[in-house]
Structures are given as C-alpha cells and as structure tokens.
Design a protein around this ligand. Structure first.
Ligand code: ATP
Ligand code: MG
Length: 480
C-alpha cells in the first residue's frame, strides 16, 4: 500500500486538477480546532507494539533521526495495524526535520513530490517514506499550502506533531510510535477507536470530505480491511458528498480500487460500497447492471470477488484485468444484447458495447490499457467456449488467456444451466490427455451438443498434458 504521504500527495495531485466547486469557504479551521489534541501517552508496557514487528529499515531511519537530534515517529496505518496485532506492509515515518535535513542525513534517500514534498529512504527493496510534520497553515511558517474552494491542492506547511495529527483522516490513523521511549502518542483518541473498532474522522466530516472526497472511499476500504464500523457522523455525508468523487483523479481512483478489491477484502469492500451508496460513483455501469435486479450477475460478482480474496490469502497472483472483467461484464453483456435486439449485427453490437462501457469506466477509474486489453480478451473468448469442435478446442486451450477466460466461464455458471454444463465440459476436457480428448471430439457432433458434453465428461479424467501455446493471440471482436 502506498505510504502516508504518497497517498496524501496523490490526493493533492488529484485535487490540483479539480474543477471549481461551490461552497468556497468551507475550509474553516474552526472544525479542526474543535479536534484540538489532548495528548495521551501510552507507555511501552501498556501496548503490544514490539520492535520485532517493525521493519529493520524503519527502525534504522527512526534511530538515525533521533541520534541527529530530531524527533522520529512511526505513524499512520503501520501503528494502527501493529496495535491490532497485524503485520504492516509499509512503514511511514514522521519527523520535525525538514525534507532537506532528512535528505542530508541519509545518503540512500531522494526528495520526491513537489506539491507534497517528502523523502524516500531506500534500503534495497524497501522504501521508508519520511514526511515532515504538516501544519494547519494558520501560522506563517516556511513552506506553503494552497486551498482551492475547500480542496487542498498543495501542502508544504511545516508544523508541529499536534498539527500533523489533526490533518490526518481518521483517528486510528493519527497514532505515533515514539522510538525514543517506545511509547504511543495519541492526540485524537485513536487508541480508544482501535479498541472499539470504529472509524471516526478527525474534525468536521463535511469539511474533511470536501478537502478530499477520496477519504469517503478510504473509510469504506479501511472498514472492510480492518473489520471496523464507520462512525455514523463519518458516513452521514456520503449521500450528499458522494458525487464529489466524480471529480477525483481517475488514476488515484484506480489505485484505490486495487486496494479495495485486490488486497484480500474485496467482497467486503464491494458490499460496503453498495451499502454506502458509493459504488455508483466508482463503477456506475456495475451499479446500473445490479440495479436491474439480475441475481445471476450478483452471484457472478460476489463469487469472483470471493475467489480473488481466497487467491490473495493463499499468496497467489491476481490481476486487475480479471477483476474489471467481473465488474463490467453485466453491463457489456446487456448492452450488446439491447443493441442486437435493435437490429445491430452481433459482432458490431458486441464491439460497440465493449467500447462504450470501457470508455465510460475509464473516465472514472483510469484502468491502464494493458488491463483493459486483457479484460476484453477474457470476454471475447467466452463465445468460443461454445465451439467444441476438435480443432477449435485445442486452439482455445493454447490461447494465452485461456486460463483466465475459463475461470471467467466458471463464474458465469450462475447465468444458465447450459453455461454451467459448458464449464463442466471444459473442466473435464482439460484433464484428458490430448489424444483421448481428440478421439472424443473426432467426427464432431454440432458444437456444444449435450450428448457430446456427456461423452467427454464421461471419459475418465486424467492429468492434463500441457500443449505448447500456438502463439496465436485472441481478437476482441467475437460476439457474446
Ligand atoms: P493501508 O493499510 O492501506 O496502508 P493506511 O492508513 O496506511 O492504510 P496509506 O494510504 O498508506 O493508508 O496512508 C498512510 C497514512 O497517511 C494514513 O494512515 C493517514 O494518516 C494519512 N493519510 C493517507 N491518506 C490521507 C488522506 N486522504 N487524508 C488525510 N490523511 C491521509
Ligand atoms: Mg499504509
């Protein structure tokens, strides 16, 4: 996961291009001062965080800052996750040293960001993000902050740790682990929230969401990931402010989507997006297709997400292409169908539907081209599963996207008994030695005839011998 300030930096980049909004003076600092920190220090013997669970690289950064006379804290998601007994993937550090001072302390470091300056300290594959405490901007310190119509577009105002704490999003994300005495510093009640398993925004929710609407998605994502509930005050503005997500940077929403759906808690994230009404801002086509009340589509999506979660927990690879194929399938399928009933040629209808749905989706969530191409291949291969003549079967099995397309076919089992049967047919077919399969398919009956399905399925499955890929790439224009 991206670290503290990469995330916030992305937020700020996103906001920079944002269109002007009404309500220009929403960002009053009153809201923030109501969250004025009352420090609670939890000494080492009263919390569970052990240095054993902190990365060596992060510890080195913290110690080095301390030795040089600066403050060094572990902060954000890492402290939260450590308190919960988890194993954070990334460790972010906050300090009172300026980026230039940090840069000087670490040879293995680089300054990054312009609108949100910070330092990356690099230890082999690990990057520790070191950010200088951000201020509230009320004082005229060094650095600059720029707010356009309530949105933070640049934030380089240095401040104190107290100020740094209250500009963070949720209380549980504003905890600081102090390397000088191993205590946890809690300025906003985050420890209590960790215990209560609840997400409270810091400050006035309305203001904080207007500053950065993606915080709404972060609420959903963290609640799903941590199995926390979202405090009522933090979810209350979703209906009114959800539309602001339309202005969020699509590249950032792509990153957020991956964190929601490919990090092991996708199904939960999906349900929460639906419950909170935010799904339609992120995946409008998915929300529309589901609204038509298609039970099979719901099953397909839920099963697809559950499978993905299972793969993640088993440490297997997952691809965004498959995820988006799952989420957008219903709309593409239905749109192609509608166009065909209006008299359009099936191929043309399919192509038009794919283009339209993908284009609409990419305006919200910038799915990189390499993923949309694979997604389109997965879809395009679907009708080819119905063609079970010998040559075609072997050609399909050798296709580089066969595995993904087959998994997708299995998900579609909920659509009809015929597709379920087709899935079973292909499952069996893959287990047969090629000669046996070829034999079973010789003198082919018409494609997909149930008798044939039975005949192959009845043949004793054996370990499948992999055929060499024929090097043929799929095309994207097959009709559904
Ligand atoms: P994850 O477990 O997904 O990494 P995280 O809370 O660590 O969750 P990051 O995106 O890594 O999320 O951000 C690290 C920290 O930066 C957060 O804990 C929070 O303190 C702060 N932060 C991130 N994004 C924002 C934001 N949009 N607004 C305010 N603070 C933010
Ligand atoms: Mg993090």
């Amino acid at each position: 996961m991206a670290g503290v300030d990469a995330a916030l930096g992305a937020a700020i980049d996103a906001l920079n291009g944002a269109t002007r909004r009404k309500d220009p003076n929403r960002l009053s600092h009153d809201a923030r001062t109501t969250a004025t920190p009352a420090l609670r220090i939890i000494p080492r013997e009263q919390h569970v965080i052990s240095r054993k669970n902190i990365s060596k690289a992060a510890l080195r950064v913290l110690y080095r800052l301390n030795e040089a006379g600066y403050q060094g804290y572990l902060v954000g998601g890492a402290v939260r996750d450590l308190l919960l007994g988890g194993h954070p993937k990334d460790f972010d550090v906050a300090t009172n040293a300026t980026p230039d001072e940090v840069k000087k302390l670490f040879r293995n470091s680089r300054l990054i960001g312009r609108r949100f300056r910070l330092v990356h300290v690099v230890y082999g594959p690990e990057i520790i993000e070191v950010a200088t405490f951000r201020g509230t901007g009320e004082e005229t310190g060094e650095g600059d902050r720029h707010i356009v119509d309530g949105r933070i577009v640049r934030d380089n105002v240095w401040g104190t740790i107290e100020e740094d704490a209250i500009r963070r999003d949720f209380r549980v994300n504003a905890l600081y682990y102090d390397i000088s005495d191993f205590s946890v510093r809690d300025y906003v009640g985050g420890v209590q929230d960790v215990e209560d398993r609840v997400l409270h925004l810091i400050g006035d929710p309305d203001t904080r969401y207007r500053e950065d609407p993606v915080r709404m998605l972060r609420a959903v994502r963290l609640a799903a990931k941590l199995n926390f509930r979202i405090d009522a005050a933090a979810s209350a503005p979703f209906d009114e402010l959800g539309p602001l997500l339309s202005d969020a940077a699509p590249a950032r929403l792509f990153d957020e989507s991956l964190k929601m759906f490919l990090a092991g808690h996708g199904l939960k994230s999906f349900h929460m997006l639906e419950q909170t009404g935010l799904l339609k801002y992120l995946f409008p086509a998915t929300a529309r297709a589901l609204k038509r009340g298609d039970k099979a589509l719901r099953t397909l999506i839920e099963q697809g997400l559950a499978n993905t979660d299972a793969r993640v927990s088993e440490g297997k690879s997952v691809t965004p292409a498959f995820l988006f194929a799952v989420l957008l399938w219903g709309e593409v399928r239905d749109l192609a169908h509608t166009l065909t009933t209006r008299g359009m040629d099936a191929n043309a209808a399919w192509e038009r539907a794919v283009t339209q749905v993908v284009a609409e989706q990419c305006q919200r969530v910038a799915i990189p081209r390499r993923f949309t191409l694979t997604m389109e291949e997965i879809w395009a291969l679907q009708p080819r599963f119905e063609q079970v003549q010998r040559k075609r079967v072997f050609r399909l099995m050798a296709h580089p996207r066969f595995r993904a397309a087959f998994d997708f076919l299995l998900l579609r089992a909920a659509e009809s008994p015929a597709i379920r049967e087709l899935g079973q047919w292909w499952a069996h077919a893959q287990q047969l030695p090629p000669e046996t399969l070829a034999g079973a398919l010789s003198g082919s009956a018409p494609a997909g005839a149930p008798g044939e399905v039975v005949s192959v399925a009845a043949t004793k499955p054996r370990k499948r011998r992999r055929r060499k890929p024929a090097g043929k790439s799929g095309h994207h224009s097959d009709p559904a």
